[in-house]
Write a protein that binds this ligand. Sequence first.
Ligand SMILES: Cc1cc2nc3c(=O)[nH]c(=O)nc-3n(C[C@H](O)[C@H](O)[C@H](O)COP(=O)(O)O)c2cc1C
Length: 188
Amino acid sequence: MAELRILGIAGSLRAASLNRSLLRAAVGLAPEGMAIELFDLASVPLYNGDVEAAGDPPGVAALKKAVAIADGVLMVTPEYNHGVPGVMKNAVDWASRPPGEAPLGGKPVGIIGASPGITGTARGQSQLRQAFEFTNSFCMPQPELLVFKAHEKFDAEGRLTDAATVEYLQRYLAAFGDWVRRFAPAVG
Ligand SMILES: Cc1cc2nc3c(=O)[nH]c(=O)nc-3n(C[C@H](O)[C@H](O)[C@H](O)COP(=O)(O)O)c2cc1C
């Protein structure tokens, strides 16, 4: 059977982003039969209905195609002011278009996140989950992965060094693989 194709999206544009580092760790820890490809949101402009009406810009077209061909999408979100950062929400907004034919419609989705604080993106993840109700995506309910005090869990090169978080991430990815297979039983 073919490998599960997971699209990984980090909701931060920072080179040294903790969430990008978490996503890179996920790539390395993906279980057998799962491949995680990364999409960089730097190429995606702010949503504008006039721009959309004139035709999706290249970064948007690439994002929508990447979501469409993925078996599942893994969102790795920071938390800004107790919510989803605009960079991440903007990606969801573009990929929710057009209504009825949106790449995110019916797509299995997982949400994880990392922050230096003690709540580990709990509120940001919760808010992002709400958006997937409207996009009609299938957001995995459990398990959750909240990487708190994340600055203590990666080394200077962004490698995940915390053994417990490695284990949680492996467990999360295994569960996410099972979740995605429910919607693509012929794959993986
Ligand atoms: C505008 C702004 C708002 C923030 N608000 C929160 C917050 O509500 N909760 C939290 O845990 N961290 C908050 N932080 C800290 C971020 O979690 C931290 O900068 C984190 O490293 C961002 O993710 P990244 O490393 O992937 O870029 C905020 C940071 C910024 C820049």
